[in-house]
Design a protein around this ligand. Sequence first.
Ligand code: PHE
Ligand code: ZN
Length: 877
Amino acid sequence: MSARGDQPRTPVLRQEYRPPAWWVDHVELEFDLDATETRVTSRMSVRRNPEVDAEPLTLSGAGLETKRVEIDGEPAKFDERGADETLVVEGVPERAEVTTEVVVHPERNTALEGLYKSGAMLLTQCEAEGFRKITWFPDRPDVMATYRVRLAGDRERFPVLLSNGNCMETGELDDGRHFAVWNDPFPKPSYLFAIVAGELSELADTFTTRSGREVALKFYSEPENIGQLDHAMESLKKSMAWDEERFGLEYDLDVFHVVATHDFNMGAMENKSLNIFNARYVLADRETATDADYEAIESVIAHEYFHNWTGNRVTCRDWFQLTLKEGLTVFRDQEFTADMRSPGVKRIQDVSDLMARQFPEDAGPMAHPVRPERYVEINNFYTATVYEKGAQVVRMYETLLGRDGFRRGMDLYFERHDGQAVTCDDFRRAMADANDADLEQFERWYRQVGTPTVEASTRYDESAGELVLELAQRLPEHPDNRNIGALMIPVKVGFLDTDNRPLPVTLSGESEAGPETRLLVLTDEKAEYRFRDLPADALPSLLRDYSAPVKLDYDWSSRDLARLAGFDSDPFSRWRAMRRLSERVLGDLIEGRDEHDAELLIEAWAAVLDGSGEDPALAAELLSLPSVGELAQDRDPVDIEAIHAARVELLGLLGRRLENALRERFDTLAPTGEWSSEGPDAARRRLRNVALGLLASGGCDDAAEWASKHYDGADNMTDRLAAFRTLVHHELEGAQDALADFEQRFADDQLVMDKWFAVQATRSDERAVDDVRRLMDHAAFRLNNPNKVRSLIGAFAMMNPVAFHRADGAGYKLVGEVLDKLDDINPQVGARLATSFNRWRAYDDKRSAMMKEQLQKLAAKKGLSPDIEEIVTAALK
Ligand code: PHE
Ligand code: ZN
């Protein structure tokens, strides 16, 4: 139990980092495993750090029952301080062996941090500060030790015993027990430690690294899911090959394990050689996983595998540096997916996700730099900012230095820091030094808060015959932005002629024609760029490839947006232009203006549909509108009903006006050959399902019949789910049958039931509140399972603004009640859900007051977790 008082918690500050007073070189752990009571003995070889002032050995621990503390085999004097969860051991000599013995209770651990139980299996989650819930330790990432782990437990209950590194020994014990000893030769921070014990089935394969090391690859799941591991295994092999190819990085041990669990707070965890995964990012087969699931699995498998170098071999000095491993590893997994699938579509999806999830965070009460300055609960900083914006920051190095330059920087980074715990500054210096580049100014990206804006304008200088582009940058108002100054912003630009063909971009004074996409680097508050040989009416395409994580202001006409959407050479830029155009039309509809450019949008969509044979996945991206949530982002006050109505109106118009083309697409995209989860097949299904959804939006007569047929005839989850969603969200005839059929068909499959919950939770209708309440009593729902909470409550609160903001406050009340319970069960999952109230101030007085009331109720709760407290306090401030 955490025994903190009720006084406000003081944040940890980045500037206050101090190196540890003690090192741990090696640790021997012994687990006597049992679901109710597990005994953990730890023998640490500790050594005083001569570089800092002497301090007694201070260890972290939370909820431990301490049985014994010894120094070199003799009972030690120690002081256990419940309030700050530390154990101070007196009289430890310069070097010593410190032994502790504790008891922990996995079964009672509903927070899923430390040692806990999932189904019949026992497993651990240590990042960020879970190791202290297992044993006393300097639980901070700059203390790196080698681990030797002995696991002992009942052979029947725990036939499989796993930990990091290599298995050294196994054997029998008395009373039906057995043991296994694991040794990890690589020093690692405690957050990368893991064990797994249980009855698990195994899928084994091998991978031979390019230097000839044969690596055993082993995937584990509950026996009934063993047939769903093949795609993840293939993904792992692709990831291993890709990292060798692109970054020259090879795997470094003889074995690599992946374990799937249904009870997990996050997506997956990169524990050294023993990755633990939320089952939803491992298990897949055609009947139960969508194409999006297949792609997500491939990318999360890659992400965790890539961490072996970016995170494990080189780790973070302290948790403020989290983006050092996460931003970089997300960048790497994005590049991997781009190479495996379609780079243009991947770029669109990543930016679209950034705008939908990170922009609001950047504009909200918890806004923080990619390298935060302070935190109360580090678990609250596993954010879209640290991960996704962090990845955009890493991408800018590559944009600025080129692919080869970036690779040189990576090589130098590993050469310098392999085996170390380092900082974002170390990474930046490696990038700079390897390229003889000055990246001092680039450091500001790590300190600025909020999304910067770049304002662009163009004019034609007749006398010089030059087209002039002006760029100016601005940071949002925020106390932490006061002393930042100008950022270094890479801006990729191009121009189209009146026939929408690309023009060479040549700066004035250059003698040779420039490239069609030009990289400008804005380093001042304002700059002017002069181009020669461009016609006065050249159409600018700005921020191609989303070359920097900024908002771009430029005053395009609707017609020019339609041109860019149809013809720009950069897929991202096409998507962005289409988005701008639809945002403009929707804005007019929301404000109730009669004049709007819907006709232009219809034309643009018609053109996309027409040419969609070439790249159906790109077409599917282009044929989408911003969500209600995204449209709400920049509005204050927010009128959810008006936004929703405008969206329904426009979708209806698009569906009706494009009906023939949509029908035609739906037919021509029908599957021909064998099913495959590969990109081209997935792309066809994707566009076909978009067409179906639009036909339903258009209120087209036979939409219900088509959707039902699509549902019944589906031989894969992508089609079945799309049809199911269409039926339920549009309340088409057949929706009730589909709900019952889906439920019955997949009753035994937890992951598919998550989809069943999510579809109902996201129906844009006030009555969804009542559905969610009812579904919370469903046999398949559990408040102590994060996937269930996210698919029902999380989806409702975050992805169904129409129901969540129901005028009578029923949505707020529901989420408030759930939060109150989650706070006792799983604060980490609760804290994420609590952010759904972040924008309470932007709503009308009534709604605003009701949301505030939920926040205040939580704030007043006795024993409120630090996780939720930090979110709620920031929101109320
Ligand atoms: N480090 C994990 C990842 O990004 C995420 C994670 C964080 C998982 C904290 C569990 C707990 O891959
Ligand atoms: Zn990660």
